[in-house]
Design a protein around this ligand. Structure first.
Ligand code: FE2
Ligand code: FE2
Length: 239
């Protein structure tokens, strides 16, 4: 917890990237206030306070607004529920967006929404804005039957995708040389270490291994591999 009197710049949550971390889906006690009324965060990892290298699920109450801000370290988000809006338009559920370093916006939500957000996790030189409506984009066959992949972004060895698992799909045991991050979006994802219902976030360190599978429910997951935990840009340069 941040000190009530001291600097909050040292706030660290799940900041040891050599550790495997599993954070259950948000619940009543996991939401913390943001500086703006009606906007709450379920914090997954964080280095820094308001200017932070951070991964969070962020919830906007209906009619709430966030302050105008610039993304000095870049912002990546996936809309999980509801519709998120800013001056560039409305971003309904399952929209994937990358706002590169230097971009800015004034966000709000009329009906309320929930987002998965990553700040300060852009590689230097990754300046391309991205906006993909994943309910309309094409799926590609995965490496085994029952697996479908929708690539979202790849740069500098870091790849992000949605992966759809048909019921009772098994993937080969594999290792993650750069680590792996997963947010379960639907269904029930499993591996030999546990079971992960929708909303669960799993961050596996460099060199970790697993053999994932699904049961009768199948699953839809967001996956990022490569250089998990590398501090690509240094937060703190901007106010
Ligand atoms: Fe933003
Ligand atoms: Fe994996």
């Amino acid at each position: 917890m941040p000190s009530p009197t001291g600097s909050m710049d040292s706030l660290r949550i799940n900041a040891d990237f050599d550790q495997r971390v599993v954070v259950p889906a948000p619940h009543d006690d996991s939401w913390v206030d943001s500086p703006l009324p009606g906007v709450h965060r379920h914090r997954l990892d964080r280095i820094g306070a308001e200017v932070a290298r951070a991964t969070s699920i962020v919830r906007y109450a209906p009619g709430s607004h966030f302050a105008a801000h610039r993304h000095d370290g870049g912002e990546e988000y996936l809309v999980l529920e509801g519709t998120f809006s800013d001056e560039s338009g409305d971003h309904p559920a399952r929209t994937y967006v990358r706002n590169p370093p230097g971009s800015s916006h004034v966000p709000f939500s009329r009906e309320g929404c929930t987002l998965f957000v990553k700040l300060w996790q852009f590689s230097p030189g990754d300046t391309q804005p991205v906006r993909i409506q994943t309910t309309e984009a094409a799926w590609r066959p995965g490496l085994v039957p029952g697996l479908s992949v929708m690539p979202l972004h790849e740069f500098d060895g870091i790849a992000t995708a949605l992966v759809r698992w048909a019921p009772n799909t098994r993937f080969n045991a594999h290792s993650h040389p750069g680590g792996e991050e997963i947010l379960v979006l639907q269904g029930l994802f499993r591996d030999e270490h546990g079971e992960y219902p929708a909303g669960t976030w799993i961050r596996s360190p460099r060199g970790s291994r697993h053999a994932p599978f699904t049961g009768a429910e199948g699953a839809l997951i967001y996956v990022k591999v490569g250089l998990i935990g590398a501090t690509l840009l240094e937060p703190g340069a901007a106010a």
